[in-house]
Design a binder for this molecule. Structure first.
Ligand SMILES: [Fe+2]
Length: 324
């Protein structure tokens, strides 16, 4: 028993050390803001905010947000509260309740990332670190494996009030960091991240595709046939959420889908969303992806299909030779 306790303690110490190392890793943006915006003031504001991160000591800066940024926060946050109450899945609602008991969230003030990071650490052992914007899937997943969420600190532009084509702090906070207050979501994010360690570039793409379908565009379909938002993109954008009722949009069961390279334009509203039946299904999806790599380790094809169309059948993967 003593040996087991000692080993568990060693494991936790090693995790904390890896977490600290990742907080100080130099992470570059995978797509710079100037590829999307020509607004020089906005780009300069973003650069100034990022330059404040003290990477050597992993100290998150306190940002002095301006009047326009506060107005944008208040508008999106009020919409988010409506989404949360009426359209979010239970797991996310519980996470919000947990976090908001220990940190005051209000439309009047943009919560500082530093405060949020200490709350996430207290609840789930996670930390948050600032990054300059959209980073590579590999860096992002490595962060998840170390229980670190990589977040921006910039606030979207007024023109992007209800849908931002580029990650901003509002999306990161409401769509991703608050859900980490759920133990189940936090554990699954870490598992997905851990799968990326030593993964091939093709396997990273498969993980990114699953991440996209669950943790950005994912819903849970309730027994009453209601779709409840789980993914960060739908939780943090009223426009994205409303989009699912458009006639040209599909919402598909994750069990029936091809999982391969993520080939979507994430700067636009989507025309394809995804659902699972219950939060526990995420465990099964991740575990079966891992097993499929073991079973198919001598094959080079990396596109897969979740091959069962029966309700309640296991989420299994089969490789096949086709791009999509
Ligand atoms: Fe996101």
């Amino acid at each position: 028993m003593q040996k087991l306790t000692r080993n568990l303690f060693k494991g936790e110490v090693s995790q904390i050390m890896k977490q600290e190392i990742f907080l100080k890793k130099n992470i570059k943006s995978a797509k710079s803001l100037s590829q999307i915006y020509s607004d020089k003031d906005y780009i300069s504001r973003t650069d100034k905010i990022m330059a404040q991160y003290d990477i050597e000591n992993a100290t998150i800066p306190i940002i002095k947000y301006n009047k326009d940024e506060k107005f944008i926060w208040a508008t999106v946050y009020n919409n988010y509260l409506k989404i949360l109450e009426n359209h979010a899945c239970e797991e996310v609602q519980d996470a919000f309740d947990r976090i908001s008991k220990s940190v005051k969230l209000s439309e009047n003030e943009i919560p500082q990332l530093k405060t949020i990071s200490s709350q996430i650490q207290m609840h789930q052992g996670w930390k948050v670190r600032p990054v300059p914007g959209l980073i590579s899937d590999q860096d992002y997943l490595e962060g998840l494996s170390n229980r670190v969420y990589c977040s921006t600190q910039i606030i979207r532009r007024t023109d992007d009030l209800l849908f931002s084509p580029y990650p901003d702090y509002i999306h990161d906070l409401l769509g991703h960091i608050i859900p980490i207050g759920s133990k189940k979501i936090a554990q699954n994010l870490q598992k997905l991240g851990t799968l990326s360690l030593n993964a091939s570039p093709d396997q990273i793409q498969q993980i990114a595709s699953i991440y996209w379908k669950i943790f950005e565009m994912g819903f849970i379909k309730t027994k009453n046939n209601e779709y409840k938002a789980l993914g960060g993109a739908v939780l943090s954008s009223y426009q994205e959420l409303q989009n699912i009722s458009s006639s040209n949009v599909k919402i598909e069961h994750l069990r029936n889908l091809q999982i391969g390279k993520k080939q979507v334009n994430d700067e636009l509203l989507q025309n394809e969303y995804f659902y699972i039946d219950r939060i526990e299904d995420i465990d099964e999806v991740i575990e079966n992806l891992r097993k499929s790599w073991e079973n198919e380790s001598n094959k080079t094809d990396y596109f897969m299909i979740l091959n069962s169309k029966q309700i309640n059948a296991p989420y299994q993967f089969t490789f096949f030779n086709k791009n999509y």
